[in-house]
Design a protein around this ligand. Structure first.
Ligand code: ADP
Ligand code: ADP
Length: 224
């Protein structure tokens, strides 16, 4: 099944001003459920802009974006926020964990934000995810006391908290040494195979990209 379809997606910044610039020039893309994809391209080519649009953090200037069968152009901001929370998980280069919270509490955050989840359910789901990313012994450590690789594994567990169909990862290994990068990549690949979660990962690492199902290359605001 198709989780994501982009048709003629364009994005301009500073619309209506003298410095209006179009940075995405008509992107067409179809992503199937269970795909594990690398998004590559030179700095400034539009990868982050594209990821923000797919992640429903920003709206395109033109074109159609369908996620999980929802035509997002027809949704208001509240509906978009709801769809984002229920279908998309995010992992960033810098993990953005709450440093004073424990690993377990960080993984509970998306469920707290979504509201209405009983406390014992949140605890149990977070504990299972912490276990899955190999950090049960560190569950009650504060995020600030963990290594970069451990923090990124907590961020992956957090991205999975709402059981998303799609995980968007913006250079998830860009800030890690080779060994930790390999471990974080392998973990995402395993989760993709176990759960069928779709991954779209921005990377500058050709060695990791060639181990993905497909490489999507963005050059000058177009898919090459
Ligand atoms: P932006 O914030 O504009 O997306 P990038 O994160 O794409 O910028 O890249 C910043 C710079 O760091 C670029 O010159 C990019 O080529 C380089 N870079 C980032 N990650 C890697 C990596 N893993 N290997 C080599 N170069 C990298
Ligand atoms: P990448 O992630 O591939 O490095 P970006 O999507 O960050 O590329 O940037 C694509 C182009 O859009 C760049 O020329 C960048 O300067 C420009 N850009 C990104 N964000 C903004 C913004 N908020 N306002 C204006 N220009 C932006």
């Amino acid at each position: 099944a198709e989780v994501l379809r982009l048709e003629g997606i364009r994005k301009s910044y500073n619309v209506g001003t003298p410095v209006e610039t179009e940075v995405l020039h008509g992107i067409d893309l179809s992503i199937q459920s269970g795909d594990f994809l690398a998004l590559m391209g030179p700095s400034g080519s539009g990868k982050s802009t594209l990821l923000n649009i797919i992640g429903l953090l920003d709206r395109p200037t033109a074109g159609r974006l369908v996620i999980d069968g929802h035509d997002t152009g027809e949704l208001g901001d509240a509906a978009l926020t709801k769809l984002r929370g229920q279908t998309i998980g995010f992992v960033f280069q810098y993990h953005y964990l709450i440093s004073a919270f424990t690993a377990l509490e960080n993984v509970m955050m998306p469920m707290l934000v979504d509201r209405g989840h009983p406390d014992d359910e949140m605890q149990a789901r977070a504990a299972a995810l912490i276990d899955r990313v190999g950090l049960s012994r560190w569950a009650n450590n504060s995020a600030s006391n963990m290594s970069g690789g451990q923090q990124q594994r907590v961020a992956i567990a957090r991205a999975l908290a709402m059981n998303p169909n799609l995980v968007l990862a913006d250079e998830p290994t860009g800030n890690l040494d080779t060994h930790s990068a390999e471990a974080v990549f392998a973990l995402m690949r395993e989760i993709n195979r176990e759960r069928g979660t779709t991954f779209l990962m921005v990377t500058h690492n050709p060695g990791l990209a060639e181990r993905c199902d497909r490489i999507i290359e963005v050059v000058d605001g177009k898919v090459a």
